[in-house]
Design a binder for this molecule. Sequence first.
Ligand code: CMC
Length: 392
Amino acid sequence: TGYITYDPGFVNTGAASSAITYIDGEQGVLRYRGYPIEQLAQHSTFIEVSYLLIYGELPTKEQLENFTSKINRHTLLHEDLKRFFDGFPRDAHPMPVLSSAVAALSTFYQDSLNPFDEPNVELSTVRLLAKVPTIAAYAYKKSIGQPFLYPDNSLGLVENFLRMTFGLPAEPYEIDPDVAKALDLLFILHADHEQNCSTSTVRLVGSSEANLFASISAGIMALFGPLHGGANSAVLEMLSNIKADGGDVDDFVKRVKNREQGVRLMGFGHRVYKNYDPRAKIIKKTADEILAKISGGDELLDIAKALEERALSDDYFVERKLYPNVDFYTGLIYRALGFPTKYFTVLFALGRLPGWIAHWREMIQDPATKIGRPRQIYTGEKEREYKPLSQR
Ligand code: CMC
């Protein structure tokens, strides 16, 4: 069978060629389609970045209007899909709920099943961008026992999501522009990150020619894990535990260094960045601003900063080039915006959605794509004879 390269975790394997996102992990550089993340964070919007990632160029005014109105037309969920939410326990984690509902979209839109039918891929793209925020808001409403709110298509994507999440049918919901802007910025910063675990999952599932909904449903489950998107919830749990134990970051860092089982500095370290994550830099600044404005500060932010300072001056972290990643400060912002800890990873999924879609489309159009099928190094038994039950 020839020579097989053993590369657990695909640390050195380039599984795709891609023109979407560029990362220089040594320098801490991140660009979407050539545009530095800092410029997009400052000047762009999530909807514009979604267009950029999927179609390769920033939209003209007309393209943006057209894209926005297409998305607005598809925000409603099929009434039967709403009934799915009744089947889950009230305390269900919202990530599997989100993944299940996205998988179910391929049962409602059977025109999506052929991945080479371009008009339908386009329609599935729009449906996903429009409906996933509605599904996410419904998952939240279900968890707190409140009625679902139909989308209001006069609102922007983020504003609509906030209203469906926090609004009530009985009273008007005032959208705080600072909150909407902060969430839009966080979505931009999460929108793509080349071949991370969930995006690789989307590509791998899609390489079997499974449809876009099925592939993205699988990507959402990959994002659920605490070493990936689940880290944003885990960071907040870690900070809350440190606070409950008296706020001693020194003691916590010692436990990390002693490799106590299950104790990692969550929100630190990255497979590609061996420098400060450029997204974390922007998020740290935003956390400062938004927390001061909305909640008048947060003791957990002080603990996070002390923890960062302590880690960055410690040989253990310096030698291993471990810096804060995107997840280190996001949870503090989500908390200030009113989201419960369990829900943070859903917000990551909403942000990452256009990146997943862009990668699936790039993968399906690439003539070099083959079904993903890694090899293995077999370490099991040599051939042996079957023994009847009476002789074992
Ligand atoms: N705390 C303590 N030690 C760490 C950490 C950490 N957060 N991250 C890495 N290390 C150590 C690790 O023990 C290893 O040391 P040694 O070589 O002595 O055994 C060394 O640093 C290299 O780590 P690794 O686990 O081989 O690195 P990786 O590239 O396989 O893993 C990672 C990357 C992100 C999974 C890992 O850094 C980690 O578990 N971080 C905490 C979870 C986290 O914040 N995840 C979010 C990642 S960024 C956004 C996203 O994808 O969601």
